[in-house]
Design a protein around this ligand. Structure first.
Ligand code: 13P
Length: 247
């Protein structure tokens, strides 16, 4: 049985003060949630303050990105050891916004995943097709390439996959449950081709306009094991409802 995994991705939102205010409201609301992993990924600047408030709680801290070198002349980058030092246990890698705006390739993403695992970070590995790719019938090819290249020579422990169709991110256009299940089933088959039976234990999250209103239906899909949430994770009330989804 795969344990549900619900993660917030705050993207470029919230100051340190706003992060603290969110957590002061959110942590008591979810204190009794025992049957799901809860993760929050604030911006880098908020990580130490979030770690201090999350200490001893049932919520884990993630960064939204990582660099693959340990240290050195890489202006603007953040090393894996700096993230663990700041209190992170998780890292999001390969988000479509990183691929699209910062030109991250499958090869760069693969290096980042390896670096994160070397530092004992749990990886939320993101994949997903654009609308053009879907309409051109290339969805399965894109997902196959992203899984095979991104996870090349990487063990499956400590990896959570997030399927985020780019056309569903921030648009209010959630994938239908049929579309989500179709993609998740395909991704699990690709994972099985690499990892064999262990693929049955890998959690696959759905991301893209997830809200408290649609999460129950998504979580009812056989291969949907959780959610990676942007907009609806920015308010404590809304994210706490997502964490308390019903199956
Ligand atoms: P939204 O939930 O705002 O659509 O964002 C999804 C996402 O990109 C999470 O990583």
């Amino acid at each position: 049985m795969r344990r549900p995994f619900i993660s917030a991705n705050w993207k470029m939102n919230k100051t340190i003060g706003e992060t603290q205010a969110f957590l002061n409201e959110f942590l008591p609301l979810v204190r009794d949630v025992k049957d799901a992993d809860i993760v929050i990924a604030p911006p880098f600047t908020s990580l130490p303050a979030a770690a201090a408030l999350m200490k001893g709680s049932n919520v884990s801290l993630s960064s939204q990105d990582i660099f693959y070198e340990d240290k050195g002349a890489y202006t603007g980058e953040v090393a894996p050891g700096m993230l663990t030092d700041a209190g992170c246990t998780h890292v999001i890698i390969g988000h479509s916004e990183r691929r699209q705006y910062f030109k991250e390739t499958d090869e760069i993403i693969n290096k980042k995943v390896k670096a994160a695992l070397k530092h004992n970070l749990n990886v939320i590995f993101c994949i997903g097709e654009s609308l053009e790719e879907r309409e051109a019938g290339k969805m399965f090819d894109v997902l196959k390439r992203e899984v095979e290249e991104g996870l090349k020579d990487i063990p499956s422990d400590h990896i959570v996959v997030a399927y985020e169709p780019i056309w569903a991110i921030g648009t209010g256009k959630t994938a239908t449950t049929e579309q989500a299940q179709e993609a998740h089933k395909y991704i699990r088959e690709r994972l099985a081709a690499i990892y064999g039976g262990a693929a049955a234990n890998i959690r696959i999250l759905y991301g893209g306009s997830v809200t408290p209103e649609n999460i129950d239906a998504l979580m009812a899909c056989e291969d949907v094991d959780g959610a990676l949430v942007g907009g609806a994770s920015l308010k404590a009330d809304s994210f706490s409802k997502l964490v308390k989804f019903k199956r």
